[in-house]
Structure formats: C-alpha cells, structure tokens
Design a protein around this ligand. Structure first.
Ligand code: MTE
Length: 310
C-alpha cells in the first residue's frame, strides 16, 4: 500500500452472469430460512454456512464478482502483490484457531473460533468497501457485530480504544520476513466506533467460509473507513485506554492517521482521494464522505477537525 500507486487495472476475471445469479438466489434462499447460523461440517474455505440473517445495514448495490473479491487482495503477510495472497495464503491453517480478548475487560477470555462464530446468528452484510489506493468493491460479508463480543467480555470504564492484532507466523507467512510493516499487523478503533452496529467481525463472504486470502478465520470490517483498518486473521483483541499505534501509522505517520475515515476532502499526501474505481467498472466514481455511511456514523465525529484527525 505504501509502496504502490493506485492501480488502474480492472481485473479481467468477471464471474459469468449465470454463476453470479445462482449465488444471489442461494443467498436469498438462506436469508429466508432458519435464524441461527450453523457451521459447515469442516470449516474450509468455500464451504457454505447453512443459515444467515439478512441485514437492514446492507447496500442494494451489485456485489463485486466473487473471483475479484478473492483474487485481488492486500494481505502483506503473504506478499505485496495483489495476487500473492490468493496464491500463498493457502498454507495458513485456520483450525484450530484461538482469539484472546485482553486488557481492560471484566472477563479476559480466549475463544476457539468455532465457539465465537456461534455467539450470535451470522448476518449477511453487503457493504461498500474503499481501499486507500483508490479502488473499491461491494462485498457480501457474513459476520457478527463486534459489539456482541465486546458486550460479552464487558469493557471496563477506563476503556477508550480497541486494538486488533493479526497472526504473524514466519512458518506460513513469507511476507513477515520483510520489513515492509512492523509485525504483527495491528489496527485500532475508538470504543464507540468498535461498538457501532456497522462494525462487524467477518467469518465469511458470499455465503461461504472466508477464504484465507480475505483474512480467515476472522477479520474486522469497518465500511466507513479505508480498507486497511480491516485487520485480517485476528488472534488478539485488546481493550486499552491509549490510542493504538497502528502498523500503518508506524510505517508512514504523515500518510496514515488513526481515524482513516473515507474522506474525499483529505488527500493522501501522494494522491487524491476524491474518486475511486469500482473493480469491474471502467469509469471512475466520486468518493462519498464516510464511504456513503455518513448518515449512520458522522455523529461519532461531531466537533472534530477531520483534516487534523485524518
Ligand atoms: N490485515 C493484515 N493482517 N495484513 C494486511 O496486509 N491489508 C489491509 C486489510 N487488512 C492487511 C490487512 C488492506 S491495505 C486492505 S485494503 C484490506 O485488508 C483488503 O482486504 P481484502 O483483501 O479482503 O479486500
């Protein structure tokens, strides 16, 4: 991200219409059935979740083809090329997988991923996603509100921020041998951002278990912020009273701020953020404040100078 200019390439791999329509029908079918989420038999990428809830938070925009969502990725633990994660992330083992919740909480806990998934019914959330490099996608995630997990562990009164720490295993992640970022990948949110109903922990996309390259088995999704806030393959969530010093802030403090709200009015020092290219489309679109979620989230930043707190 730091080292590449916005990519203008449009991936040629577009899911054929018939396959896409079949997926949509499948998802619609799921939404109408049982309420509780059920795990697939063996939680391998590509396995379907047997039930999901539809969410009022979803956009009605057309989702980006599955193929693009799963082959055009940023996951520097597996290399800095967009195609590296799809090729190399398959070596990462996502079962067994523990996620520990630490810091300023009443109940410090470690969850096995399959127990965490069962904590709440999984919801399909079709979100617009905007990458800081200038491309965007619409992704049908499956996940649970982060607030559900945080309420379960009960943040202490002094908690102001939440940190998300990704796996960094040199045995399976060739990218962590490079100094491109300070590993492990670390991201953070203010507590009220973390508790916002739009913020989810995703465990799937397109009705299926999350592919490794998209951050299996568990990743953060915050649709009104640039994509890098969405830490992948999380192993630790830490509640704290100090503003987290994120991996991207360490790499380029002038370029990447803590808030990283999508803001067409604040340029990246090396390029404009006013427009974006939706993957699969040719014409550029105007980028919307808070990625089009201003109505839901602008109130979190009342009175803040968003040029300063970028
Ligand atoms: N999480 C980890 N652990 N490592 C990364 O390199 N890249 C971020 C974010 N989460 C990244 C990460 C960036 S820059 C983006 S744009 C999104 O993941 C991309 O998510 P996607 O590949 O599912 O679209």
């Amino acid at each position: 991200m730091l080292i590449q200019l916005p990519a203008d390439t449009v991936p040629s791999e577009i899911t054929p219409r018939a396959v896409f329509d079949k997926r949509r029908e499948f998802l619609k079918g799921l939404a109408g059935t049982a309420l509780a989420a059920a795990l697939p038999k063996s939680a391998c990428a590509g396995e379907k979740f047997s039930a999901t809830l539809k969410s009022p938070w979803s956009t009605t925009e057309t989702p980006t083809p599955y193929k693009s969502v799963t082959t055009y990725n940023n996951f520097y633990e597996f290399g800095t090329e967009k195609t590296d994660p799809a090729q190399l992330a398959q070596r990462m083992k996502t079962r067994p997988w523990q996620i520990s919740i630490e810091g300023l909480v009443k109940h410090q806990k470690s969850f096995a991923i399959d127990d965490l998934i069962k904590m709440a019914p999984l919801e399909e959330r079709i979100y617009r996603m905007r990458c800081v490099e200038g491309w965007s996608m619409v992704i049908p995630w499956l996940g649970l509100p982060l607030a559900t997990l945080l309420k379960h562990v009960e943040p202490q009164g002094a908690t102001k921020y939440v940190e998300f720490i990704s796996a960094a295993d040199p045995k399976t992640m060739p990218g962590v041998a490079s100094a491109v970022l300070d590993w492990p990948y670390l991201e953070g949110l203010r507590l009220d951002e973390a508790m916002h109903p739009l913020t989810i922990l995703a465990v799937g996309l397109y009705g299926e278990v999350l592919p490794n390259q998209n951050g299996a088995p568990l990743r953060l999704v915050v649709p009104w912020k640039y994509g890098f806030k969405g830490a992948k393959s999380i192993v630790k969530i830490r509640l704290t009273d100090r503003e987290p010093w994120t991996a991207w802030m360490k790499a380029g403090p002038r370029e990447y701020g803590f808030y990283s709200n999508v803001n067409p009015a604040v340029d990246h020092p090396r390029w404009s953020q006013a427009t974006e290219r939706r993957i699969g489309e040719f014409a550029k679109r105007r980028t919307l404040p808070f990625n089009g979620y201003a109505e839901q989230v602008a109130g979190l930043y009342t009175g803040m100078d968003l040029q300063k707190f970028f």
